[in-house]
Write a protein that binds this ligand. Structure first.
Ligand code: AKG
Ligand code: FE2
Length: 363
């Protein structure tokens, strides 16, 4: 990370932690420093495998980003929301519906949540090659740091994790690394995301859901832990459980692409964002992500050569010949997400077809 004289920006003061007794998911913590040796990788691969076949979420610590660098990234993450005039934001909105792309802003009220209530979330997304697009003026001096952060996520976190995923499936270690190239065509990106408090009426009509239950559509989501409790995962027993904040840790989950690669074994776990507990209401919630996906031309078919999958059995969501590429899948999912009031099935789950596959949304 660049460290000489950094451009001055306001410090983002994160909300205090919650002291409410929440029912938290009990997730494995991966010590990524161990991934440097083959023995360490063998040990971690087992832990990651177990996490992926049970919860689908785990934490990563000892990744190499210092707490000071972490705090600086949250300062940067707030800039697109607090330091950019509304007009400029509007001129840089992403072409989500037409192009199925998130590059740029998603402004508030773009998605339908429930009963006519729309979201109060803004996000700003930058392709990992930060020079490909125009950015808000306030962000331009910060691009070298954002680019270094993207590279750090890609090479120091994503690639080591992809090696563990491959080892867990008894595949050659570089299997997934080879299809997640930093320079290839594809949309792996950095996201800054800010949740604004909502009115009581909105809370009631949506039953406190801020972001509907969904799976991520990429392969690996890297979420930098932040203190406002609101993220919940749907546990295997059908209960929603909260994700606990761990200082300078990362929360990892697999998305659709990894589920397809692993023939359904590594689940893209359903998660949602709800109103924070009482002692954290009234604060904004700032999230920082790296959403990783395979290169655009990669077909999302199971790695049926995996001995683990052969022993376990492979679930296909489509015939291999009909499987979408990553580009088709991301554009399809992105352009239709949150756009309509969808028909609800008997248990209240909303269903939608994307590339011939049923995608479910949970409240
Ligand atoms: O903000 C969060 O904690 C999670 C958001 C999320 O699930 C997403 O953007 O896909
Ligand atoms: Fe998500």
């Amino acid at each position: 990370m660049p460290s000489l004289t950094l451009p001055q920006i306001p410090h983002y003061v994160p909300a205090p932690g919650t002291s409410e007794p929440l029912e938290y998911a009990d997730l494995v913590v991966i010590d990524l420093a161990k991934a440097k040796s083959p023995e360490g990788r063998a040990e971690l691969a087992v832990q990651v495998h177990d996490a992926m076949i049970t919860q689908g979420f785990f934490y990563v610590v000892n990744h190499g980003l210092t707490p000071v660098q972490n705090a600086r990234m949250f300062d940067i993450a707030d800039v697109p929301f607090s330091q950019v005039p509304e007009d400029e934001k509007k001129s840089l909105v992403a072409d989500i519906r037409e192009a199925g792309s998130y590059q740029g802003y998603k402004l508030r009220q773009f998605w339908h949540i429930d009963s006519g209530v729309r979201d109060q979330i803004e996000h700003y997304n930058l392709l990992r090659d930060v020079h490909k697009k125009q950015h808000p003026k306030a962000l331009v001096p910060l691009l070298p740091e954002i680019e270094a952060f993207a590279r750090f996520n890609h090479f120091e976190i994503l690639h080591p994790l992809l090696r563990l995923f491959a080892l867990g499936l008894e595949l050659p270690e570089e299997t997934f690394v080879d299809c997640h190239n930093f320079d290839a065509s594809g949309e792996t990106f950095v996201r800054f995301m800010k949740y604004f408090p909502r009115s009581e009426d909105e809370e009631v009509k949506t039953k406190n859901v801020w972001l509907k239950g969904h799976t991520d559509w990429a392969s690996v989501t890297i979420l930098w832990s932040q203190p406002v409790a609101a993220l919940q995962i749907l546990s295997p027993d059908g209960k929603w459980r909260w994700i606990r904040h761990i200082e300078n840790a990362i929360v990892i989950n697999a998305g659709d692409a990894m589920e397809f690669f692993s023939g359904g074994l590594y689940k893209a776990t359903i998660h949602r964002v709800v109103q924070p507990p009482a002692d954290q209401r009234g604060y904004t919630r700032l999230s920082l992500f790296y959403f990783a996906m395979p290169d655009d031309d990669v077909k999302l078919v199971p790695h049926s050569e995996s001995p683990v999958l052969q022993r376990h059995g492979i679930t296909r969501r489509f015939e291999d010949a009909d499987a979408p590429t990553m580009e088709m899948w991301r554009k399809g999912r992105c352009s239709v997400y949150g756009q309509t009031q969808l028909p609800k099935s008997e248990n209240g789950v909303e269903e939608q077809m994307v590339n011939g596959v049923v995608v479910k949304h949970y409240n």
